[in-house]
Design a protein around this ligand. Structure first.
Ligand code: SAJ
Length: 422
């Protein structure tokens, strides 16, 4: 069985993966270019929030199965889990993948396995990784094994999903895929399906694009809802009672480092052929401005000028502390462009992450002429509006996370994105 693993990139995916192997008795060395991240891991301080991560990290470090530094060490397996973001012009930035691969080249030896976990455009293993790995002098596929094993876990439930989700493993040779399967069987209880590297790359990007296109469909319908005089949330709920229908939900935009990013990989590769994908990206990207305009329309209707907007929720989705590509921050930008003042609060985001943040929820409630809920955090769902000490009783729910009846009973004027009844 495997003796040692070097995990390059200790972020949202690399760290939980490293910890998971370490908790299963595998010797793991984690590498990150950020010395602060390395130091915090060595000291068992988390730089990211994830259910169950702290306990597992403590165990891994205390038992001596997890070490960390800023440079790779000689191992039997190398797992690359680094960011693969998009550039300002929406093209893929594969520089981190290339650099991480280059960093392990001096260490790889005959019989080693290199696995890419990052989500990447199809052909990245072939066109970006392999040209670096050949510099080791080893024959790829027979002396050095290479595969793509994309992570498929959802932030907030990473550990549960790491174990239970099926995994797609694409090897550049059959042996590469088989060795990777064997490795992940250390903790994966889901099925592990084998294919080639490019198919695995496409599958992963397809999954997130499916979600993006489906959400764009819901957002388009939400925009139409007012003209149609319907509540789109109710309509979607009814449509989803059909056994073969699964319409996703509208909102103030699509955020995170995956769903708002990966479809651009296909747009770049597909060009003219990627029409639905491209349009969906643009539709979802139009939602923050739609949300801001609707906020202003509500204020105008109430005759409130020079207003202060209370934006509740800065994270890109409910119950996580992650602000990457968060639509909330774009909604805030759009509100400010409209000349509105914004104060914000998020129970999951530490102070001073955004210039509009107040010290407490109470401070924001006391200043806001309208309460706009942008993230469906549990803390917001559980609010009791009857007990809130507010300046204004106008609320705009963009995630259908509040109970209209309860809020109206507490005297609030209630507005819901995608609902004609306002
Ligand atoms: N959103 C909507 N409407 C919906 C669902 C989501 O507006 O009906 C928004 C969310 O609010 C958020 C964004 O979309 O801003 C993305 O959230 P998400 O929960 O759909 O996805 P992520 O980015 O947290 O995780 C996804 C997952 N992919 C799929 O479900 C196909 C996860 O399994 C992947 O591992 C992850 O991307 C990744 O790393 O690629």
């Amino acid at each position: 069985m495997t003796k040692s693993i070097c995990v390059v990139g200790l972020g949202y995916i690399g760290l939980p993966t490293a910890v998971m192997f370490a908790n299963h008795g595998v010797k793991v060395h984690g590498v990150d270019v950020n010395p602060a991240a390395v130091k915090s891991i060595q000291e068992k301080q988390l730089h990211i929030e994830e259910n169950g991560l702290q306990e597992r990290l403590n165990k891994a470090v205390d038992e001596g199965f997890l070490t960390a530094s800023t440079t790779p060490v000689t191992s039997d397996v190398y797992i690359v889990a680094v960011p693969s973001p998009i550039n300002p012009d929406n093209t893929a930035n594969l520089e981190y993948v290339r650099q991480a691969t280059a960093s392990i080249v001096p260490f790889v030896k005959k019989g080693d396995l290199v696995i890419l976990e990052s989500t990447v455009p199809p052909k990245t293993v072939e066109n970006v990784m392999l040209p670096e790995l050949v510099k080791s002098g080893l024959e790829i596929g027979t002396e050095l094994f290479v595969s793509h094993s994309p992570e498929r876990v959802i932030p907030g439930r990473i550990f549960e999903e790491l174990v239970n989700n099926d995994r797609i493993v694409g090897g550049i040779s059959q042996k590469s895929a088989e060795l990777t399967k064997e490795l992940y069987e250390t903790f994966v209880k889901g099925e592990i399906h084998l294919t080639d590297a490019t198919t695995a790359e496409l599958v992963k990007v397809m999954e997130n694009t499916y979600r993006d296109v489906n959400i764009a469909f819901a957002n388009e319908l939400a925009k139409m809802a007012e003209k149609l005089d319907v509540n789109i949330w109710e309509a979607i709920k009814f449509a989803n009672y059909h056994p073969r229908v699964n319409v996703h939900f509208p909102g103030p935009g699509v955020g995170g480092h995956c769903i708002a990013v990966d479809p651009w990989f296909l747009v770049e590769l597909g060009g003219e052929q990627a029409q639905i994908i491209h349009l969906s990206r643009n539709t979802n990207d139009s939602m923050p401005s739609f949300t801001a305009q609707k906020t202003q329309a509500i204020l105008n209707k109430n005759g409130i000028a020079g207003a202060t907007v209370g934006a509740f929720g800065l994270a890109f989705k409910g119950n996580v502390d992650d602000m990457r590509e968060s639509p909330s921050t774009i909604v805030i930008d759009e509100l400010q462009k409209l000349g509105l003042t914004v104060v914000s609060h998020d129970p999951h985001i530490k102070q001073n992450k955004h210039e509009t943040q107040t010290q407490s929820m109470q401070e924001a409630l006391e200043q806001a002429d309208i309460l706009v809920f942008l993230t469906d955090h549990k803390e917001f769902r559980e609010l009791d509006p009857a007990t809130l000490n507010v300046k204004s009783k106008i609320v705009f729910d963009t995630k259908n996370c509040l109970n209209r009846e309860v809020w109206e009973k507490a005297g609030f004027q209630f507005h819901l994105l995608g609902d004609a009844k306002n």
